[in-house]
Write a protein that binds this ligand. Sequence first.
Ligand code: MG
Length: 383
Amino acid sequence: MSTIAPYAAQDTTSRGRQHDEPGPSFRGEYQRDRDRIIHCGAFRRLEYKTQVFVNHEGDMFRTRLTHSMEVAQLARTVARVLGLNEDLTEAISLAHDLGHTPFGHAGQDELNRCMHDYGGFEHNLQSLRVVDVLEDRYITFPGLNLTFESREGILKHCSRANARELGELGKRFLDRKQAGLEAQVADIADSVAYNNHDVDDGLRAGLIDLEALREVEVFRIHHDGALKKWPELDARRISYEVIRRVINSQITDLITTSRCALEKHAPANADEARDAGLALIQFSEPMLEQHLELKQFLRERVYMHYRVRRMSKKAQRTINQLFEALHGDPTLMPDGTREKTIALEQANPGTGRARGVADYIAGMTDRYAIAEFERIFNPTELT
Ligand code: MG
């Protein structure tokens, strides 16, 4: 690790783990968090979960796994330059989407609708539930027993109602305080990564073209710059170059602006950075506007494209029918999962069964959800 700033998270000042255990012999605490995340089953399943395009639509599109890796590498660069804790930044980045349902946001929205009367479903909370409870692989504790700082970073957003039930971890949402700086870096890196890779995937899928993208200022500036230097280059290579330039400009702006904010507020430690009254990891105003403009463009032109909408509709129907069938009759659930659901129902008679079904569905990959749908509803599927 390169030099670490006083406001960075450090092993010696960590708020620790929920369950006591001996410290690691050869690794730092956050390095151990990162390693546990990489070894867990939910992490491997990210390979077959949709970001925007359903996994079977093509091998070149981002999945939640490749997305998480892109987030981690952007975030590490920023963390290193700003003297933050790289291991913690990487751990949060790799874990931030562990609770996502199959079929991207369409899946999450539908599962939330299904769970309306049972406490709702929210992927950030589910990511926390995965690392706190659902990963079931250690002898002396449930979940992965991650540090407070990793868990804090995973829980990016949270309603006040849910925050009240989360104790120390939820407190910052009630007190309107910031997460640690490493969590702030991972959060912005997430949006830089998905905006840019959704442009790339949207171009590849033929949903948008370079001409349409020129409506967006940040894209137009860098498209002009790239064309000026390489007027003969084909559209594909130009698009790669433009995306590279956009990412570079955003990360450069993020580092420069955040560095100024850190110098100005000069937090003496990680907690002072949490109490700064604003996020110190930030874009400049003009870059934030460009960033939001690109986000809006993607919403209108990619996520609302009829081909994406058709896929989303199918995804919603699949999730909805799986939920209705399994919640209506838990004996349809496989061994093990069914017992967990029954135990949840006994502990919480009003909502436990629904929570068990939501845990099962949220853990599915796209292709597993489709196969399970077939096994339950298609009379020619015998198993
Ligand atoms: Mg993400």
